[in-house]
Write a protein that binds this ligand. Structure first.
Ligand code: PRT
Length: 134
């Protein structure tokens, strides 16, 4: 999947400077981040509606649109796909699955994921309110 997204990301970068009259991507760049965000949100809602309606084929179609609009927003924000893959790997190393760190240290799993046990114990941050060491 990451290969497809990376190819799409490069295609979006290449289309950025095309004629907005003929390129949707160039038109999105011309209209700026707020339009990109609006389209991304619209696609996310379309995926949700189709999923709630149990229309798997529509979920596939709208998910492709969602990922397209996400790569456009990434490009506009200066985010590269590899930046996201790196963050997902970091989370996987911490927790064994790609999810956010729990807000408090208390919720970290008792048994570290196999990838962690082979490494130095990781001091869990307690989120933004992490106490400073005295
Ligand atoms: N991968 C995509 C891609 N996925 C979805 N879309 C378009 O994004 C829109 C999302 O669906 P919507 O129903 O929300 O859009 P719409 O209602 O048809 O029209 P709007 O309301 O958005 O104006 C559709 O029009 C899709 O055609 C895409 N448009 C372009 N690409 C790729 O982006 C690259 C650049 O293409 P151009 O933008 O055509 O230069 C190429 O590699 C393309 O294949």
């Amino acid at each position: 999947m990451s290969d497809s997204l990376e190819r799409l990301y490069l295609a979006v970068l290449a289309a950025r400077d095309l004629d907005p009259a003929t390129s949707r991507t160039a038109r999105l760049f011309q209209r700026g981040p707020s339009k990109m965000a609006k389209k991304l949100a619209e696609e996310a809602i379309e995926v949700v509606i189709d999923a709630v309606n149990g229309d798997a084929k529509a979920v596939v179609r709208e998910s492709a649109d969602l990922l397209y609009n996400l790569t456009v927003l990434w490009a506009s924000a200066g985010v590269r796909p590899e930046d996201v893959w790196r963050e997902m790997s970091r989370r996987e190393d911490m927790l064994g699955i790609a999810e956010k760190l729990p807000k408090s240290a208390m919720k970290l799993p008792k048994v570290a994921s196999p990838r962690i046990s082979a490494r130095r114990p990781i001091a869990a941050l307690e989120g933004r309110g992490a106490r400073k060491r005295h």
